[in-house]
Structure formats: C-alpha cells, structure tokens
Design a protein around this ligand. Sequence first.
Ligand code: G3P
Length: 217
Amino acid sequence: MKFFIDTANLAQIKEANELGILDGVTTNPSLMAKEGIKGHDAVMAHYKAICEMVDGDISAEVISTDFNGIVEEGKKLAAIHPNIVVKVPMIKDGVKAIKWFTDNGIRTNCTLVFSAGQAILAAKAGATYLSPFIGRIDDSNWDGVELIAQISQIYSIQGFKTQILAASIRNALHIVKCAEAGADVCTCPLDSILGLLKHPLTDIGLAKFLEDAKKTA
Ligand code: G3P
C-alpha cells in the first residue's frame, strides 16, 4: 500500500517525506485555503513547490464544474510537473472530463466518492485513482472501511485498474483497516501516520532496555 500525505502544509510534507515512507501528496481547495494560499499564481506556485519536495504523485484539484472548464484547468495543472495528478469531483461533467484526460494521457484522481456505484463509473472512465472519503462516511453513521472493502472486491472481480485511494483518514486505525480492506493507497494527515508508531509497550520496553544498558556500560 502506498502512503500519501493529505495536506498542503510544506513543513508537514517535509517531515513525512523525511521519514522515507512517503509516496505522494493529496491536496484540496480546503487544505490550500487552510495554508493561506491565495490567488491563481500562488496556488500554481504552491503545487510546484510540493512537486519539487516529493518524488511521487501530487494530486491538484480543479475548481471548475463544467466539462470545458475542468479540461482547461486540468491541462494547466498537469503542465506544472509530470507528477501532477488532476483531481476531479465525482459529478457528471467530472466523469466526462476524466474520460477525456484518460484518452489524452493525463492521470486523474476522482474525488468526493461515497458509493460503490460512483466507484464503478470512475473506473469505467479510466480514473487513475479513486478517493472514497471514509472519515466523512463514518461521520454520517455508515462504515467507510466497509466501502473500501466493497470497491476492492468489485475492482478485483471486474479487473478494473483504478487504484483505491482511501481519503478522509482520521486516525491510525483507519490506515490499518484500509490496508486490510484492500486500499492501494492511504492519504493521511501527518498525525495519523505518526500514530502508527505508537504503542505503550514499545515505550516501556525501550525505557527498560536503556536502563539496563547502563549496567553494561
Ligand atoms: O482527501 C480528502 C480529505 O482531505 C478530506 O478529509 O478530514 O476533510 O474529511 P476530511
């Protein structure tokens, strides 16, 4: 399973990248706004900066919602760097645009996915990645991880090549459960990635080893 970080914060991207386990970055307009990135040029420059930091796929989201607008915007985003993946919302014109990008060699990440039906449609259009938002599904009292398992089974039976990119990850357990359910990628906040490190018995065991090491010094 690949690990992406889900942020536009350069310090957090750097920290995750330095761990040596980072395969890419996902962003969205909310994450860009959170970093105070304002204006078209600043947004494009920020994507470029991320591409220069991380050697992996970088999702950059369109904000147009009509076919022509999505295609024009996506072409400009894809021109920033070869690692850019154009993130397109799961709407009718989005599906049409994903098919256009597929036919024209531009990789895509279909976002805002909440059902298996949407997953089938995105795969038929040739999306490179599919982003089910598992945390938001949990928030609405459904089981986000269950959706990852269902899509994984459908893609495997049908031979779809689209990679399942579990998004809206809220904690380390989500990452473990998504790995179990067949996600190809998890995109996670830094805290959830670092959460994987934690176990009290590791801390207790290390303290004891270091204490005993003093006896052998
Ligand atoms: O990748 C999508 C993600 O950023 C959404 O996460 O926490 O806003 O539901 P969240």
